[in-house]
Design a protein around this ligand. Structure first.
Ligand code: FES
Length: 142
């Protein structure tokens, strides 16, 4: 079986799909390899992610990864969301095939971009290091 039960579950029943009106932060990233696009919307209250939604024009693995990522950051402080790695998402999904690892990177980057958007819009200082791209995806070489 190429995909784990968890991947199939999150692909066929993705959590937190949609958009948020008046979102506090929106992150959009694209995967240059396949052209897929991922958007994450955050509602933030007192540094806590009170709601999160995603929409994607992406493959099944990207959908499953984003669904899992949104579940992992919902109700969590921003500091924790920024620590979410694509590796943690893949582990939570019980793995992805090697050639699909890059799809999970979209989820990590979209979360970071949404937090950054929130910081930028509100003039909040942040450590730019945290947004440097250093995901764990041996195949894309980025
Ligand atoms: Fe494009 Fe998976 S093939 S994100």
């Amino acid at each position: 079986m190429l995909y784990s039960d968890k991947v199939m579950d999150h692909f066929t029943h993705p959590r937190n799909v949609g958009t948020i009106e008046n979102a506090d932060g929106i992150g959009e990233v694209g995967n240059p390899k396949c052209g897929d696009i991922m958007r994450i919307y955050l509602k933030i209250d007192n540094d806590i992610i009170t709601d999160v939604k995603f929409s994607t024009f992406g493959c099944g693995s990207a959908i499953a990864s984003s669904s899992m990522a949104t579940e992992m950051i919902k109700g969590k402080p921003l500091s924790q969301a920024l620590e979410l790695t694509n590796k943690a998402v893949v582990e939570a999904l019980d793995g992805l095939p090697a050639h699909k690892l890059h799809c999970s990177v979209l989820a990590e980057e979209a979360v970071k971009a949404a937090v950054k958007d929130y910081y930028d819009k509100n003039g909040i200082e942040y450590d730019h290091e945290k947004f440097a791209q250093k995901h764990d995806c041996e195949h894309c070489g980025e």
